[in-house]
Design a protein around this ligand. Structure first.
Ligand SMILES: Nc1nc2c(ncn2[C@@H]2O[C@H](COP(=O)(O)OP(=O)(O)O)[C@@H](O)[C@H]2O)c(=O)[nH]1
Ligand SMILES: [Mg+2]
Length: 462
């Protein structure tokens, strides 16, 4: 397969000890040979692949014959490379101008600049990586918490792909069994009886349901939970935000109505990531600006994944709190009551509100006490407490979850149809749909548009 040769600087833009340029494609070695000369006088392509070769780099856009820099080249012959194509990596001194000159020389030598994510895209197209493995490459690059890194590393090793492979294989043999029943209804060719077909379908349904359920934890770690901090004025919402962030982000005063805008910040808390928003205290206010803030707070509560409802524990519940409690009852997300100001002594009757919330945690935001307690409660609610990162297949983004869910729905419809005694071809169609959705999930049948969307999130050079 002929593939246009691409080149890019793979190290971050800036000064550093070392910079790396990657060249990949059918002419990668020829391109590199034009600008890189091994010190031993031989040609790069005549040296053993996958060994470090010391040499000089020349600026092809400058007539002077003196080398620009000395460098180490490593070349890989297809298919034994990251992209699956012939690839050359040049390591040289990490200067901004120097990197630009070397890249420009690669272009003069016949390569074209790589697009964002193009190396990994080629790895996917050549079959070296599945789609979920390619996504895990971005996951590793973007990871800011240990849990995100472990999850991405596990997915990059193929944990999810292997689980999907197993489900896909079972589904494939099920489909052929269903078609055997359809094509040869009277003969005894069928691998499975109708009852067995149904029970296999239910079995696959169960596996997919379990896989879909992992998205709760997977997304809490990888994408982060939309978490709204809400409550009455002066209960300590902004103090809680600051405590969770570990810095003074929001203004804290004893004046009710201090916070009006929604303040958004992301923080790692234990194994999960919280996309926090601090909101205006919920009350009827004559101040038009504050009232807009209250409306925003209420609408954030409606679409949050986690509600941290803050109460001033040093006072009994007041009447205005009943409106807020009604709202808390209505929202369908995970809900934690944060009983704040423990240092002043708790006089709020916690039992009267316990039933509204999944968990109750007592803290003192001002003194910075209670961060760990909140972390462990959130981990429990989002089922990330005891994940075996090395072995458990998990769905980590909305795309994967949508594909797995549509596969699950189709399998459920197939099983229901079989159970109702509908003709086998109806179940067959649904099973095919499920197969298509699974193919989309890990890349065997993914559309070009989805592939574009995934790889554009990459940086150039990856
Ligand atoms: N004693 C005590 N005071 C607190 C605590 N948390 C917040 N406060 C005080 O309560 C007042 C309101 O805090 P703030 O975070 O601005 O509340 P918000 O209006 O809900 O955002 C401020 O004077 C804070 O210093 C706490 O844990 N203990
Ligand atoms: Mg505030």
């Amino acid at each position: 397969m002929q593939n246009q040769t691409i080149a890019a600087i793979s190290t971050p833009y800036g000064r550093g000890g070392v910079a790396k340029i990657r060249i990949s494609g059918s002419d990668a070695i020829e391109v590199a040979e034009k600008l890189f000369k091994p010190k031993n006088g031989r040609k790069l392509g005549d040296m053993p692949p996958r060994s470090a070769i010391y040499g000089d780099i020349f600026d092809l856009n400058d007539k002077s014959s003196a080398p620009l820099d000395d460098a180490i080249a490593i070349f890989f012959r297809a298919p034994h490379s990251y992209t699956g194509e012939d690839t050359v990596e040049l390591d040289f001194h990490g200067g901004i101008l120097l990197s630009q000159r070397v890249l420009a020389s690669c272009i003069t030598a016949g390569a074209r600049p790589a697009e964002a994510g193009e190396f990994t895209r080629r790895a996917f197209v050549s079959g070296h990586l599945t789609l979920s493995q390619a996504e895990a490459v971005i996951g590793k690059i973007d990871a800011v918490s240990d849990a995100q890194l472990k999850l991405a590393s596990s997915q990059a090793r193929g944990t999810l792909s292997r689980a999907l492979e197993k489900i896909t294989e079972k589904l494939a043999s099920l489909i052929s069994a269903v078609y055997a029943v359809i094509d040869y209804p009277d003969e005894d060719l069928a691998e499975y009886t109708t009852d067995e077909i149904l029970s296999h379908t239910r079995g696959i349904e169960e596996s997919l349901r379990a896989l879909c359920a992992t998205y709760k934890a997977g997304s809490a770690i990888a994408e982060g939970i939309d978490c709204v901090i809400a409550g009455l004025p002066n209960t300590g919402k902004s103090s809680l935000l600051n405590m969770l962030l570990g810095r003074e982000r929001a203004i804290v005063t004893d004046i009710a109505g201090t916070t009006r805008d929604v303040i958004e910040e992301t923080v790692s808390l234990g194994q999960v990531t919280l996309r926090l928003c601090d909101t205006a205290g919920i009350r009827e206010s004559g101040d038009a600006v504050e009232q807009i803030g209250v409306e925003m707070a209420l609408s954030r509560m409606e679409r949050a994944g986690l509600l941290l409802a803050v109460f001033d524990g040093s006072k009994p519940l007041d009447e205005e709190e009943s409106l807020f409690l009604d709202r808390c009852r209505e929202v369908g997300c995970a809900k934690i009551a944060i009983i704040n100001k423990e240092d002043l002594g708790i006089t709020l009757d916690v039992e009267t509100i316990r039933g509204i919330f999944d968990e109750v945690v007592t803290v003192s935001a001002k003194l910075g006490c209670g961060r760990e307690a909140i972390a462990s409660v959130v981990e429990r609610l989002f089922e990330v407490g005891s994940i075996d990162y090395d072995n458990s297949a998990m769905l980590v983004n909305a795309r994967q979850h949508a594909a797995a869910s549509s596969a699950l729905d189709a399998i459920t419809r197939a099983a229901d149809a079989l159970e109702a005694g509908a003709p086998a071809d109806i179940a067959g169609l649904e099973l095919e749909l499920a197969m298509g959705a699974l193919g989309e999930l890990d890349g065997r049948r993914v559309t070009e548009e989805i592939v574009d969307r995934i790889f554009h999130r990459f940086c150039v050079g990856k």
